[in-house]
Design a protein. Sequence first.
Length: 368
Amino acid sequence: MKSFSAYTSKPLSEGYNIFPKNEKELSNAIKDRSPEIQKEIKSLYTFLKKSHELPINLNAKIPNNVNVTRALQGTLDISDIKSKSDLQKLKIKFGNGSLGNRGSNNKGAKFEKDFADALDKWYLGGKDEVSDDSVLKVIEEMDKIYGWKESKSFDAVVDASANTPRPLVFNPKIQLTNTKGKGFNVGKSVTDITVNADDKQTYLSLKSGGTTTFFNVGVRKILTPTEIRNGQIKNKDGLKLLKLFGIDQKRFTTIYNDDIKTNSGTVRVRPKDPKGLKNLLESGIGFGYHVVHKKGKNIFHKQMDESTMKKAATVSTITIHYGGKTGRGKRIDMEMESSLYKFKLNIRDTQGNDGYPTRMMCDFTDKI
């Protein structure tokens, strides 16, 4: 494996491709920027360096903007970082930049291409054509389910562009939309590789890394700054969303409102609408596809049929962190578990604007 220096010692072609490893490299990278911006970037770097080896990445063409590594997202808020780094003019956001193949998107794309190539080589030339034993093991186990080897025609197509955004709807249940299928059969919406065997499609959803986001939706229109400032949520969809998770709406408003004493802390609740919560999770997980998940050197996989989806979406309790786990953030974090997944949700200002929430995100990790 290449070291960080192997990726950072030579310039990359475009984008956020400058990854300072120390103060000397940072000073050299920002020497042509204004004194005010240099001072703020150095302050930001000093604050974040204790938490990550490569905490920021820079774009030479955009001097007033800096990316903060996504590895710190969830641990720190943009608003917290701005405050503790004393930023006034510098604009920051979470982003991994163009760090060779170390970026999460690049790693995911490489895994998809390599796995699709391995499928085609296996079908055409047999197991000896697949050099990675862990990949071969997964392919052979999947073949026992789908019978690919017996098909007269076979083609594995990287189809990540078909992976479709799925916004949240309230009509009347809260759930993610499925624009390419019926009900919760979401294979066409989540596919990264589509296997065509004798004109029958198998949709593969490939994951790389420990945590995967299964929805990231806007909430600004239903949890408005005006209602939060007034200390009461009146929007019917906003109230419906908070009720679904057992979030006290009065307490919720104190977390984001500087004019009201913050009522932070952690509580554990049972869902007030367990069927509604299960419906939301089922709509996000869906069925009609096969998960292939790479974690380090290991690859895990499972067929996501309707019964597995229902099992994965069944949770009993929710842990709510008002103010995040520290109790000091302008955010609500939620944690819950099923027999297959650990879910982490948050409601917060992801843009680092005014501190009022803009999005709700849900990540999950496999309990494999």
